[in-house]
Design a protein around this ligand. Structure first.
Ligand SMILES: NC(=O)c1ccc[n+]([C@@H]2O[C@H](COP(=O)([O-])OP(=O)(O)OC[C@H]3O[C@@H](n4cnc5c(N)ncnc54)[C@H](O)[C@@H]3O)[C@@H](O)[C@H]2O)c1
Length: 681
């Protein structure tokens, strides 16, 4: 419980916020001089004086000493009515929060201090999408629900001992419980709901009541490392798409790409495009997002002139030079323009926040952000119809361009589902007319083989540590390639890690992402632990994106290439989570939703603190292998060929140590004889 109130916020906090609308580009002047985006007013808003409004206040006041209730209750009510949520702004520590060097963080254990670094990095002005609302990325993905929870979690981490585990439920620190040194130091869940009630509508109400947190993946999993985390995945996806579009392509040189979004994750697109060698345009409606990405050096050029953007893209393509262009405007208008002028991009995708399509994630064509907000507030029915009409226009432009030869892929933002809901003809049975990147690229080429977004954070904050770990990881991949032959994936990942430093990808903590398979991850981690033991680098937090081989069950995304019917089950993410707890990960997280929205996914992740100890060597004997192979095993059982081959190899190499159940091969002619030839349902 919080026993002392910080001073009240200056009134300018509210007046600056009021009238600036959705995703305000302005910063409360008294808080910071930086331009910091602010979250939208969240829906639903409760009727004044309703039972739900009372319940929301009661819930929020649970965290505060009753002596202060009379003072703070009116402020909470104001937040609820203005923002749709009680964030407890007053409890936010003044000034910038960031992932400091672990040496500067106090606490009884290294693990507690390390987790504090991770949390604070997720809230950094430089890293988070809406830092005041504790949103790290993906429009609604929060570290925890409010600043009272943040304060309580930080206090718990500071005193946490090696014999205790902190349990966090949707941001609420349920308690610090006696456990064992080998157990995780923190168990975190976000927004897990009982199946029958697991709908976005119920979730929104419970979120307004302060009962559930939308953790996205690494926001509520405390493992976000800025857009770098997705640059590598986008880079791999674009390389895979280019190889499908043009046989024999080694990279994207000479190919064009058009997409949308320069937000938390989508902002990775221009960087990945340039790294892959392609030329393209990313449409973004918000000027502040364009400016932010340009400041970071993640887009090469920006313009508000469509013709100029297209000309630049084509010139770069012809010169086979990489070039990323940010065009400020609505993606629908850009695609329609391309249809008119007869320019057909090679590859097209979308990264608007379609998992929040009716709550501000997708700005419809014809409206600017402020007008969209006003319409959404004024009339929900008209607003929904406007969004749907824009999505149908979007679809029509895509049909035109793909008919002319463009290759469209859904990039995990629930876009095709949103088109279907808006009435566009995109469904074919259980599938969509256009493949998702998981079905065609990420699933068969990465997840089925165990390759996924392994990452680490050098907790010292020293850049030299990152350089040393980059070099160690590259050496390990080279050793692996020498031993087992040069796979395309290892070659791409080696090129990535060798170019990572020059690409200037670090945002916030000194972190790195590197796709690797089970063997690669385990070997790299062991090498890191040895470096720490030798005093060559400081402690390291290992983790991964939840968007991985085993981390996420989501038929709309991560498990879109599971075709044995089990794509609608969520056993794998639970198995992965439970196994990670059992094997002694430092942090184990399980959440609802992720990139595709409430009820559409269960996702889990972990953090493992490397401290150079032999205990960590012991954990590494099985933990990362389990975390990867549990997903490969499930994919092999679903008869995915790459996963079957990976499992067969693993079984041969691990005889007597373990065994993964393999699927019997069914002769298709036997079933044809019984059932006749297969028909499309
Ligand atoms: N494929 C993946 O691996 C992956 C990973 C993370 C997130 N996602 C999904 O991708 C989406 C984007 O994530 P994010 O973190 O960047 O979200 P975000 O909300 O930070 O960014 C989306 C951006 O799109 C812009 N936008 C909205 N409508 C637009 C329009 N019609 N035209 C042009 N720009 C428009 C917004 O202004 C915003 O800046 C989310 O749905 C997220 O869940 C996918």
């Amino acid at each position: 419980m919080i026993t002392a109130l910080p001073p009240p916020l200056p009134e300018s906090f509210w007046t600056d916020r009021a009238g600036t609308g959705w995703h305000s580009d302005r910063t409360p002047a008294t808080w910071s001089h930086r331009r910091i985006l602010r979250a939208a007013q969240r829906m639903p808003t409760f009727a004044p004086g309703s039972a739900d409004e009372r319940l929301a206040l009661q819930n929020a006041l649970r965290t505060i000493d009753p002596r202060h209730h009379a003072e703070i209750a009116p402020e909470f009510l104001r937040e609820l009515r203005t923002m749709g949520r009680i964030y407890g702004y007053r409890f936010r520590p003044a000034g910038r929060i960031w992932g400091r060097s672990i040496a500067e963080v106090s606490g009884a254990t290294l693990a507690g201090r390390a987790l504090r670094v991770m949390i604070d990095n997720n809230l950094d002005f430089e890293v988070a999408l809406y830092p005041y609302e504790l949103v790290t990325y993906g429009e609604t993905g929060q570290v925890c629900q409010n600043w009272m929870q943040y304060q309580l979690i930080c206090a718990a981490l500071e005193t946490l001992t090696e014999d205790q585990t902190l349990v966090v439920s949707s941001g609420h620190p349920l308690g610090v419980f006696p456990s064992r040194p080998e157990a995780p130091r923190a168990i975190v869940t976000n927004g897990l709901m009982v199946g029958r009630f697991d709908t976005p509508e119920t979730f929104q109400r419970l979120a307004a009541l302060g009962c559930v947190n939308y953790g996205q993946m690494t926001a509520g999993g405390w493992m976000y490392i800025g857009s770098q985390g997705i640059v590598h995945g986008t880079y791999i996806t674009l390389l895979g798409a280019a190889r499908r579009r043009q046989a024999g392509a080694t990279d994207m040189r000479g190919l064009t790409f058009v997409s949308s979004g320069l937000g938390g994750m989508s902002g990775a697109q221009p960087k990945a495009l340039a790294l892959a060698g392609g030329a393209g345009i990313i449409a973004e409606v918000r000027g502040a997002q364009v400016a932010r990405r340009q400041q970071l050096g993640w887009v090469d050029r920006s313009t508000t002139d469509k013709a100029e953007a297209v000309r630049w893209m084509l010139e770069a393509r012809d010169a086979r030079q990489p070039l990323s262009v940010a065009w400020q405007g609505n993606i629908v208008e850009l695609l329609e323009y391309l249809t008119e002028v007869g320019v057909t991009p090679d590859l097209i995708s979308d990264q608007t926040s379609c998992h929040e399509v009716y709550t501000g994630g997708y700005i419809p064509a014809g409206l600017d952000v402020e007008a969209a907000e006003a319409q959404a507030r004024a009339d929900a029915t008209v607003w929904r119809a406007t969004v749907d009409a824009s999505l149908r226009r979007h679809h029509a432009a895509l049909v035109h361009l793909t008919t002319r030869g463009a290759w469209f892929f859904d990039y995990g933002n629930k876009f095709l589902d949103a088109l279907a809901t808006a009435g566009a003809d995109v469904r074919r049975g259980d599938a969509f007319v256009w493949p998702s990147y998981v079905e065609d690229i990420m699933g068969p080429e990465c997840f089925d083989l165990g390759y996924g977004p392994f990452r680490w954070v050098c907790l010292s904050g020293e850049h030299a540590d990152l350089a040393a770990t980059d070099a160690a990881a590259a050496a390990e991949i080279e050793a692996l390639m020498a031993e087992r032959g040069a796979r395309q994936q290892d070659q791409d990942n080696l090129a990535w890690i060798q170019g990572a430093e020059a690409a200037g990808l670090v945002m916030g903590t000194q972190a790195r992402i590197l796709y690797a398979d089970a063997e690669g991850r385990s070997r790299i981690a062991r090498r890191f632990n040895a470096l720490i033991r030798q005093g060559k680098v400081g402690p390291i937090m290992l983790g991964r994106d939840h968007h991985d081989t085993s981390g996420t069950d989501s038929p709309l995304r991560e498990t879109a290439n599971i075709r044995d019917g089990s794509n609608l089950t969520a056993d794998m993410a639970h198995h992965s989570w439970a196994g990670n707890v059992a094997r002694g990960m430092t942090l184990a997280v399980l959440s609802n939703g992720g990139g595709v929205g409430t009820g559409n996914a269960v996702n889990g992740g972990f953090g493992l603190l490397l401290d150079g100890s032999t205990h960590v060597d012991h954990v590494l004997e099985t933990a990362l292998e389990w975390d990867v192979m549990c997903g490969v095993a499930r994919r092999a059982w679903a008869r995915n060929p790459g996963a079957q081959a990976t499992v067969a190899r693993w079984n041969a190499e691990n005889r007597g140590r373990g065994h993964i159940t393999e699927a019997a091969v069914v002769d298709p002619t036997l079933l044809d004889g019984l059932l006749g030839s297969p028909t499309a349902d």
